[in-house]
Design a protein around this ligand. Structure first.
Ligand SMILES: *[C@@H]1O[C@H](CO)[C@@H](O)[C@H](O)[C@H]1NC(C)=O
Ligand SMILES: *[C@@H]1O[C@H](CO)[C@@H](O)[C@H](O)[C@H]1NC(C)=O
Ligand SMILES: *[C@@H]1O[C@H](CO)[C@@H](O)[C@H](O)[C@H]1NC(C)=O
Ligand SMILES: *[C@@H]1O[C@H](CO)[C@@H](O)[C@H](O)[C@H]1NC(C)=O
Ligand SMILES: *[C@@H]1O[C@H](CO)[C@@H](O)[C@H](O)[C@H]1NC(C)=O
Ligand SMILES: *[C@@H]1O[C@H](CO)[C@@H](O)[C@H](O)[C@H]1NC(C)=O
Ligand SMILES: *[C@@H]1O[C@H](CO)[C@@H](O)[C@H](O)[C@H]1NC(C)=O
Ligand SMILES: *[C@@H]1O[C@H](CO)[C@@H](O)[C@H](O)[C@H]1NC(C)=O
Ligand SMILES: *[C@@H]1O[C@H](CO)[C@@H](O)[C@H](O)[C@H]1NC(C)=O
Ligand SMILES: *[C@@H]1O[C@H](CO)[C@@H](O)[C@H](O)[C@H]1NC(C)=O
Ligand SMILES: *[C@@H]1O[C@H](CO)[C@@H](O)[C@H](O)[C@H]1NC(C)=O
Length: 560
């Protein structure tokens, strides 16, 4: 209800005269929040005593200023997921990549960035340990004031639905335990819609169209989303407009967003909406669903309709439905907007997935015969530096002791990447560790083939790139074969995203232009895989002109 009311107030403002680019300024006070969920009282880390945290709303071209004050007992950073951060990499947020964390005890850092050339639904979240489980919120960017029109019929109302996960234990303890054992963390106990395991309600008027802004803020699970008796027209993904795509099911990997129009044209009544786990791992058994309610104003009672229909959900391992959704989206071509680069300067083939590494001395509960679960890209299990962030080392012009510039362009060993029997070949399972980055000259066009491996099981890993949107040219099953794959490349209107869900036991091809100087991490958005090392980083050089050089860090840039 709150969300809808908020949205309607805003839409009412669209008729006002346009203002110039504004400054959207907030203070985020991060601290303990005592909260009741699933019949249990517990302490979580939250922003401004709200869960989910406050919604940021800006227009294309606005400057965003967020003062973060850390009263929580943990190190904190905030990432503005999908914001391009052009020339503002200091505000990106991944711990030890773009900054040292903001320390507990009231330390502060002000994130300053512009949202330029972007429209749609994004979100913000903590980017340190598992804290994004409860430290997250929506970030909406509306069209600029002098062009207040979406490239689709204006909706009557809108609603933001943040889909998350809930643990009835401290997520910091969950992560610590996973680290000590070298195994996967405990599963969550529920999914949530806007922080609630149940009870979320959206009121609609019959005959009107609503823009649903969906965010998958879950840590570990891809999700199917449906509303009984209703269909959707997808109009954007990851704040990039798409061609209208009609569907009755929306699929989102962690990190992804979808904007979809929903016409409230069913007979007035009450309808269940549901978010359910989509599980790509062959032997996984965990599934869970959360429901909310779509309620027609005026008429539900009059019409005598008290039935709450449950939508018929896909089977929880229905990869065909998931892949159909992911693979069907195409980008909306718009006058004056960039299109996919046709020339490629740098090509990479990056294999990635799980593996094992010897237990570390600190992993006191780790099975030393088996080893610790690890994850890698081109067999490098990414290690965060300890003394200084990657971006600070870049600025100092001295990477020594912080990172090396030898991230491989190809896997060191070619093997049958998607053959499940690799799971018993120890020489393939073992990973090496390093903080290796791929250096790119400014403005280089990069094509990366992302190839999932079957080591320790095939899984659809959503890969998220900071600092850029990329075009998704193609995706497919099995081992990537350039000769056959290239025929399936969409070089006309590929979808643009910041997070791609690469098919389990398959591959995807992405392309982007490295025109944003800085250090940008690319990592799996299944949160447990990040500390296992499923990440790498691109170091992008400054360009030739003053407006293509990363400015110095702000004066309050946190030190380690
Ligand atoms: C916050 O919660 C943690 C965990 O329950 C607790 O250890 C800490 O003392 C609390 N801090 C404050 C300031 O209340
Ligand atoms: C945001 O844009 C304004 C106006 O173009 C510019 O002065 C400012 O430096 C930009 N801020 C950042 C953090 O890039
Ligand atoms: C994780 O789950 C196991 C098994 O249910 C339980 O014993 C353990 O306490 C849980 N860990 C945390 C940190 O809650
Ligand atoms: C955690 O949540 C689950 C699912 O609701 C419940 O069955 C279990 O009893 C809860 N555990 C604790 C310790 O409250
Ligand atoms: C340790 O791992 C080995 C090899 O996977 C397995 O055989 C053994 O049962 C494990 N030990 C324990 C205590 O779980
Ligand atoms: C394990 O994989 C490596 C690399 O592909 C291969 O050379 C080796 O023969 C394999 N070992 C077994 C036992 O299959
Ligand atoms: C997978 O690898 C095993 C062992 O190397 C081999 O016997 C099997 O034929 C391979 N499977 C496929 C589908 O290639
Ligand atoms: C990865 O590196 C480790 C350590 O050097 C090595 O043992 C393993 O064979 C490599 N695996 C692959 C698939 O390259
Ligand atoms: C980047 O490259 C493109 C095409 O290769 C060129 O048109 C553009 O001017 C370059 N941008 C800058 C800032 O150098
Ligand atoms: C899945 O289960 C089957 C049958 O129990 C087993 O053969 C296979 O190795 C398992 N796969 C993985 C990835 O654990
Ligand atoms: C918090 O960050 C500081 C600075 O990087 C680091 O030294 C410290 O170990 C971190 N604390 C935790 C609990 O991770």
């Amino acid at each position: 209800m709150f969300w809808l009311a908020y949205a309607l107030v805003f839409l009412g403002c669209l008729g006002l005269p346009p203002a110039d680019a504004a400054v959207v300024e907030h203070t985020f006070s991060v601290g303990n929040l005592t909260i009741d969920r699933l019949g249990q009282r517990q302490v979580i880390t939250a922003v401004n005593g709200q869960f989910p945290g406050p919604m940021l709303e800006a227009r294309d071209g606005d400057a965003v200023v967020v003062h973060v004050v850390n009263y929580s007992p943990y190190n904190i950073t905030i990432h503005w997921h999908g914001v391009l951060q052009r020339l503002s990499g200091w505000a990106d947020g991944p711990s030890m990549v773009s900054q040292c964390p903001i320390r507990p005890g009231g330390a502060t850092y002000t994130y300053r960035f512009n949202v330029t050339g972007q429209e749609g639904t994004l979100w913000w979240h903590a980017h340190v340990s598992f804290l994004r489980a409860t430290v997250y919120g929506a970030l909406l960017i509306r069209p600029e004031p002098d062009r207040p029109h979406y490239p689709f019929p204006a909706p009557y109302g809108e609603a933001t639905l943040l889909l998350g996960e809930w643990w009835n234990a401290s997520v910091v303890d969950i992560e610590r335990q996973a680290m000590l054992t070298g195994g996967p963390p405990n599963n969550s106990v529920a999914l949530t819609i806007n922080g609630m395991p149940s009870g979320y309600e959206l009121a609609v008027r019959h005959g009107e169209t609503y823009l649903l802004r969906l965010v998958n803020a879950a840590l570990s699970y891809q999700l199917f989303f449906k509303v009984a008796g209703h269909v959707f027209t997808v109009v954007a993904a990851d704040a990039c407009y798409t061609d209208p795509y009609n569907t009755d099911v929306i699929v989102l990997a962690p990190g992804q967003t979808v904007d979809a129009l929903m016409h409230a044209n069913a007979s007035p009544g009450r309808y269940c909406m549901a978010a359910q786990v989509y599980q790509s791992v062959a032997n996984a058994t965990y599934t869970t669903t959360t429901t909310g309610l779509l309620r027609y104003e005026h008429g539900a009672e009059a019409a005598g309709m008290s039935t709450i229909m449950m939508p018929s959900m896909p089977e929880f391992k229905d990869s065909a439905t998931a892949q159909d959704f992911y693979g069907s989206l195409t980008g909306l071509l718009r006058d004056g907007k960039p299109t996919v680069p046709l020339h490629v300067d740098t090509r990479m083939l990056v294999t990635y997935g799980l593996g094992i590494a010897p237990c570390m001395p600190t992993q006191t509960l780790c099975n030393r015969t088996r080893g610790s679960v690890a994850a890698s890209m081109n067999n490098v299990s990414f290690q965060l530096p300890k003394a200084m962030s990657l971006l600070e080392a870049r600025m100092r012009g001295n990477a020594d002791g912080v990172y090396t510039r030898d991230f491989p362009d190809r896997p060191p060993v070619m093997f049958d990447f998607t053959n499940g029997s690799m799971s018993s070949n120890r020489s393939v399972m073992l990973t090496s560790k390093g903080t290796r980055v791929k250096r790119l000259r400014f403005n280089t066009t990069v094509e990366v083939v992302l190839q999932n491996t079957a080591i320790l099981g095939s899984e659809n890993h959503p890969l998220h790139l900071h600092g850029f949107n990329f075009y998704v040219l193609a995706q497919g099953a099995g081992n990537f074969n350039a000769r056959t794959a290239v025929r399936s490349y969409n070089l006309v209107n590929p979808q643009q995203r910041n997070t791609v869900a690469v098919p389990a036991g398959g591959w995807a091809v992405i392309r982007f232009t490295a025109d944003n100087p800085g250090v940008w991490v690319m990592h799996c958005h299944l949160d447990a895989h990040l500390p296992f090392g499923l990440a790498m980083a691109f170091e992008v050089d400054d360009g030739p002109t003053p407006d293509t050089v990363l400015p110095p860090p702000p004066p309050d840039y946190p030190q380690c």
